[in-house]
Ligand binder design. Sequence first.
Ligand code: XMP
Length: 516
Amino acid sequence: MQNRILIIDFGGQYNQLIARRVRECGVYSEVKGFESITLDDVKAFDPKGIIFTGGPQSAYGDGAPSIDSGIFELGIPILGICYGMQFMAYKLGGKVSTAPTSEYGRTEVTVDNKDGVLRNADDTTVVWMSHTDYVSETPEGFTVTCHTKDCPIAGMENIEKGMYAVQFHPEVNHTLQGFDMIRSFVLDACKCDQDWQMAAFAEEQIAKIREKVGDGKVLCALSGGVDSSVAAVLLSKAVGKQLTCVFVDHGLLRKNEAEEVAAVFGPEGEYDLNFIKVDARERFYEKLKGVTEPEAKRKIIGEEFIRVFEEEAKKIGKVDYLVQGTIYPDVIESGLGKSAVIKSHHNVGGLPDYVDFKEIIEPLRSLFKDEVRKTGLELGIPEYLVYRQPFPGPGLGIRIIGEVNAEKVRIVQDADYIYREEVAKAVAAGEMTAPNQYFAALTNMRSVGVMGDFRTYDYAVALRAVETSDFMTAEAVDIPWKVLQTCMTRIINEVDGVNRVFYDLTSKPPGTIEFE
Ligand code: XMP
């Protein structure tokens, strides 16, 4: 019987990431919602270990996510993470209360006891925190394994009973030794054999798609970004010319992007696809006139996208399937799991009610960004495309705070182009490594400045650069001051309508990567 870990989902943001880390240990895992699983289901699943995830609620609050306390009596090792730790403490007779100081982001933790999952941790190490409650008293039989300045019980264990818990998130990369902690739990505490390997994802998907589509026609929404490019190539390998890729220029693309995408995927490019480019710029600007609310903008852009696709589909004749490059973080951040809604990414949560296709195919829905890239390489997509920084579906629409218009798009495109050019130069000169995502955004703020002898009243551009591998958490990049200064000078001199440049230092959480 294959070794497996059961992950009980209490509604946190990073739950699939936990599953992914367990997979990286070579052990099969499944995530199940707390409300859809009974104690008998747990027994039937026969896990070698159980992980309780984080979640947004208070363990002592009304309607708090819960599972039958009998789970603690099964003799199966349990690791509680964040809410999972608080739930464990609360159910076993400890105390959970509101922390006097909430902790978010990078936090230094001091390790007090290395008998359990912290066995390989340094005496002090950096972890990722995101909590407002904490365990103020451990249940009987538990020892405290680590603490931070503001959290006296940042970890607790009762090794005899196989109970382990941490207040921080070991599953995110920003917890420096987090993967080792998960591996300790899975391999040492649960004694799992490493008997699972990720099947060749691309091959499996190609076979599945072929079977599903038969001789039907498929339309792919190609944006030129990594996700939709991988989805498009996957589909073209599966169904060849039954696939038509539609690329919509919604007027919210980066400078020169429409031409670059057409060069790669169009008739002159390297793929054997049906490729259609639609110039829908005016149409999108018209719809976005006067709209300032971020979610409203996303919904409008998402809806208009679908309308354009539907029109193109009608021209082609009967189209059965629509392909989208939705990836896992889009799914959870849109609140389709039980996590709280942060943003409705247009290609998932913002879909209009009426969609004139038989079905939507989302072959990358279970993958994280770096897994998408691996798949892309497996498919033979060139590295420069695979490692392209991500660009959101709603494009510059969510990088322009407030109302969008052609003039603001021009400003942000030009500023962004200069910023990318300068970062590329600095990377080539070995002055910095390429950030995972970096861009200019247009704040809706205008302020007074002086240029020559004239007073100006112009826009402020914000520059952002983040380091992240999963895009679920991120940190601002320490860009050399000299590079920022060059960008500032060039942007103000070369881009009409800008008289101030900011650099954004915010990590995620509490910020998000995009501004809207
Ligand atoms: P946030 O801003 O949510 O961004 O921290 C995380 C990653 O998702 C991208 N993003 C989007 N992608 N539609 C998309 O297709 C969207 O509405 C959207 N919002 C954010 C963002 O660029 C980053 O890579």
